[in-house]
Ligand binder design. Structure first.
Ligand code: NI
Length: 183
């Protein structure tokens, strides 16, 4: 399989701090192809050999703003652990509810737009419920937990022009660490 040609913007690009706009349906062909290409890219990036071959980093989520397109669309590629991936297509998402419990990624969050090591943690809800639309314009509700919950919150932030590094206080990058659960 060939790696889809998508260009991911670096954090220095000011577009990443813009708020994306609601999407109207039906989606055009180009948008549908970009959704498909983004998911294929993420799946391939999670294969160590492929990532090495193409010199890319592994990613599980990507927002359209990272491709320079200010539309409220993100995708998440969930590794099911049996060699398959579940494809999440998330359009015009709204977080309906969330757990009290907070979690964080112990080794630090990653982002395909941030090409440097970042010290610090980001508090995220352990579980949350979203409503969103799929690529056909059908609305659905989904409850996500753990790493997928973090991915959804990370990507929702992208749609609002927020990068995970914006949420880390450089003076106290591990603030409230003992009040949250590490995953
Ligand atoms: Ni990101």
């Amino acid at each position: 399989m060939k790696l889809p040609k998508i260009e991911i913007l670096d954090e220095k690009n000011p577009i990443l701090h813009k708020v994306s706009e609601e999407v109207t349906f039906p989606l055009d062909k180009e948008t549908k192809k970009l959704i498909d290409d983004s998911l294929t890219y993420l799946e391939m990036s999670q294969d160590e050999e492929i990532a090495k071959k193409y010199d890319i980093r592994a990613g599980m989520g990507l927002s359209f703003v990272q491709l320079g397109i200010l539309k409220r669309i993100f995708v998440v590629s969930e590794d099911m652990g049996d060699g398959t991936f579940e494809r999440h297509v998330v359009i015009n998402p709204v977080m309906k509810s969330h757990s009290e419990e907070l979690i964080f990624v112990g080794e630090g969050e990653g982002c395909l737009s941030i090409n440097r090591p970042v010290e610090g943690i980001v508090p995220r809800y352990a579980r949350c419920t979203f409503t969103a639309f799929d690529e056909n314009g059908d609305q659905y509700e989904i409850r996500v937990r753990e790493d997928i919950s973090i991915a959804y919150q990370h990507e929702l932030d992208h749609l609002n022009g927020i990068l995970f590094v914006d949420k880390i206080d450089p003076k106290n990058p591990f603030k409230n660490k003992n009040k949250m659960r590490e995953i």
